[in-house]
Design a protein around this ligand. Structure first.
Ligand SMILES: [Zn+2]
Length: 101
């Protein structure tokens, strides 16, 4: 039995957090704050609708950094957007239809 594949990319903004935002199981939020989009895992992203709302807010901001000093030199909004995972952590409430099925 292998460990489940859990992404370390932020499901709001696509930043590589180096650790899974909702833990290794995807059901145990870290309550860390993403330095890029500023979302606290386990708070604003507790429901799919919140994830989508925060993602839209971040994209509309043009990729604003919540913690501006942590923004790497040469950082690219377009490149990071491509890293936003298609799947969101299992522990987030599916209160919104996120796709077929
Ligand atoms: Zn983020």
């Amino acid at each position: 039995m292998g460990a489940p594949a859990v992404t370390t990319f932020c499901h709001i903004c696509g930043l590589d957090l180096k650790e899974p935002p909702w833990g290794a199981t995807g059901r145990d939020p870290s309550f860390n704050i993403c330095p890029c989009c500023g979302v606290e895992f386990g708070s604003q992203d507790h429901h799919v609708s919140g994830v989508l709302r925060e993602r839209e807010r971040w994209i509309e901001s043009g990729g604003a950094w919540w913690h501006a000093k942590r923004k790497p030199p040469g950082w690219s909004f377009e490149e990071q957007r491509k890293q936003i995972p298609a799947e969101i952590p299992a522990g987030i409430d599916r209160d919104t239809d996120v796709g077929p099925g």
